[in-house]
Design a protein around this ligand. Structure first.
Ligand SMILES: [Zn+2]
Length: 329
């Protein structure tokens, strides 16, 4: 005689657990139950028939009505335990269709507020761990000023921390980023090479002549954002000859993180890329710059497609499902 796996499986619900109530793991093993199933039975029998949780009668009735199987009850328990009030959430979830469990649970589970913190953990193998989580600017300033990191990349963080901690190397002075906002009429003069008569005030309150601005930009000291009368950043393609190195910084005015919809890598890890290739007539201006991290830039070369719609918003094309808006939209 063949027994149907499906029928057999469906037969087991919250009431089946009653038959293992009070059993120990060893007893279950002796009865020929494998350890994975034994863990499941023990856990659920305890919840539904042994512990006498508040509202467990209601949970059982609801689970019975939905005829939830044991694996679904396990999922419900996992979700319920994430709540401050697992007994209440259990009742709700037992009365919920399996496919809706996560969605319903999410409404009742309050995520802890993110806190800035540092924690230290000690590894058994002697490898200890320091984890710092912070949304405050000092952390990236500190990391970026570590020896080796200031002019290299984040791979140098470990060695940089070590050298700094041993007192062999001080921190580099925080990079001072001169930021100049250049209005359009001034830009027109700069383009014409008329740099002597121009004076522009930088964000640190100091004044610069057009000549000084150009010199600093060429040395990569600062960045300039060209704005129209409404303070909106505008094109700079005719300044390409001055700004090839500053092109990326110019884009910082509008694209601070990797523009891939699912990426959050910060600006200093990004590469400027032409949305429409330079060779295909794409101009070097803000409208045509897409800031991507190295990974997403590579994926773009491998065939990922980003495009701009008629309203100027960037999108990422997807093979399946609707296209996703890029981060900065
Ligand atoms: Zn990215």
């Amino acid at each position: 005689m063949t027994t149907s796996l499906i029928d057999d499986y469906k037969r087991h619900n919250v009431d089946s657990l009653k038959s293992v109530r009070g059993m120990t793991r060893t007893q279950l093993w002796d009865a020929g139950i494998n350890d994975i199933d034994a863990s499941l039975f023990l856990r659920l029998a305890k919840v539904y028939w042994e512990s006498g949780h508040a509202r467990i009668d209601e949970a059982r009735a609801a689970a019975r009505a939905r005829n939830h199987g044991l694996r679904v009850l396990e999922k419900i328990e996992n979700l319920a335990q994430k709540s401050d009030r697992p007994n209440d959430l259990r009742v709700i979830l037992c009365g919920t269709f399996e496919g809706e469990l996560e969605k319903v649970a999410a409404k009742h589970i309050t995520k802890p507020k993110p806190v800035n913190e540092a924690s230290v953990a000690f590894g058994k193998d002697g490898r200890n761990r320091l984890i710092v989580r912070s949304d405050e600017g000092w952390l990236m300033d500190f990391i970026n000023s570590l020896p080796g990191v200031d002019d290299g990349g984040l791979e140098a963080v470990y060695e940089g921390l070590k050298q700094h901690a041993r007192g062999k190397m001080g921190l580099a002075a925080p990079r001072k980023m001169l930021h100049i906002i250049v209005p359009l009429p001034v830009m027109a003069q700069l383009i014409q090479g008329n740099t002597e008569d121009i004076k522009v005030r930088a964000l640190d309150g100091t004044w610069r002549t057009g000549e000084e601005i150009m010199a600093e930009l060429l040395e990569g000291i600062g960045l300039a954002t060209f704005v129209n009368a409404r303070n909106k950043p505008v094109k700079q393609y005719r300044l390409q000859r001055y700004f090839s190195a500053a092109q990326k910084e110019l884009a910082a005015a509008v694209q601070h993180v990797c523009q891939d919809p699912e990426c959050h890598r910060p600006f200093n890890l990004l590469q400027a890329d032409h949305l429409v290739a330079w060779s295909k007539g794409g101009e070097t201006n803000i409208d045509n710059i897409l800031m991507l991290c190295e990974y997403h830039n590579m994926k773009k070369r491998d065939g990922d497609v980003y495009y701009k719609d008629a309203e100027g918003r960037f999108w990422k094309r997807r093979k399946f499902g609707p296209d996703l808006p890029c981060t900065n939209n």
